[in-house]
Ligand binder design. Structure first.
Ligand SMILES: [Zn+2]
Length: 275
């Protein structure tokens, strides 16, 4: 199995200057598949086009940090886009959606409304969801109990053991990436080491969440540019998971890629057809 980066914002402006090279480096590192989540309606068509151009897959949704800037009609635009692309085998999920209770000053009620509406769209299209979880695991789970969707991935997971197991019980995989590479990330490392083998998936969240070896400390930022994460880092991030679990690199790739495919059945079908 190739490595799969289950969460990569390849459409981000940070990659405008060298996107082809970024994908080439990912492929060179053995990262054969990328999952590209959307963040805002304005980017949907460009994202779908990127997925086709690079032979990867995408999700459509409105990110919780973009909800305040979105207008109410954007939910209808998302519904239209899901309808328009419903037969596209590269459309694999609704995402990135969720709740962010970390960033101050966001309209919580509006986030809740957009999250619930997007869960309903996922349910009606029988699509899994890609979730943004930041200090919001209980709020996300509460709506998932009310609006049942066919599982998905809770990305950059950082919650308690009990919350992790509740997501897993609802058919969710949990995403581990750059944050896991820091020694001080004790709870994330504990989860990565101890969750059932069918739960973890790997991600970069590129260009965000740089791993420890790319991280530029606040005091050094005047001398060095802020670091950019990229999908080619995935196998090195995976080494941390492998060490925590006592898996070989090949076992880690096989297990985590199989987990992504289980969460995203359309990706599994696509990879089976192109194998
Ligand atoms: Zn993201």
């Amino acid at each position: 199995m190739p490595w799969i980066d289950s969460h990569c914002h390849l459409d981000a402006a940070e990659f405008d200057a060298d996107r082809d090279a970024v994908v080439r480096r990912a492929r060179g590192a053995g990262v054969g598949m990328l999952v590209l989540p959307a963040v805002a309606v304005a980017g949907f068509e460009a994202l779908a086009a990127l997925a086709h151009r690079f032979g990867v897959v995408y999700a459509l949704g409105i990110h919780p940090l973009h909800v305040d800037a979105a207008d109410d009609a954007d939910l209808e635009r998302l519904a239209d886009a899901l309808q328009l692309h419903r037969n596209d085998p590269r459309l694999v999920a609704v995402g990135e959606i969720g709740l962010d209770h970390f960033v101050p000053g966001l309209d919580r009620e509006r986030q809740e409304r957009f999250y619930a509406a997007q869960l309903k769209l996922a349910r009606s299209h029988d699509l899994p969801v890609i979730l943004h979880v930041r200090r919001s695991a209980d709020g996300l789970l509460k709506q998932l109990r009310r609006i049942e969707v066919p599982g998905g991935i809770a990305h950059a997971f950082n919650g308690s053991d009990a919350q992790a197991l509740q997501f897993a019980a609802r058919g969710f995989k949990l995403g581990f990436g750059g944050a896991m590479t820091f020694d001080r990330a004790l709870q994330i490392r504990h989860l990565a080491a101890t969750l059932p083998a069918e739960v973890p998936v790997l991600e970069t969240d590129a260009p965000d969440i740089p791993p420890q070896w790319l991280y530029v400390k606040a005091g050094e930022r005047s001398q060095r540019a802020p670091s950019r994460n990229e999908p080619a880092e995935l196998p090195r991030i995976a080494q941390v998971l492998a060490a925590l679990r006592g898996w070989t690199p090949a076992q880690t790739a096989d297990r985590c890629s199989a987990n992504v495919c289980e969460a995203l059945p359309r990706l599994a079908a696509l990879m089976a057809n192109t194998a």
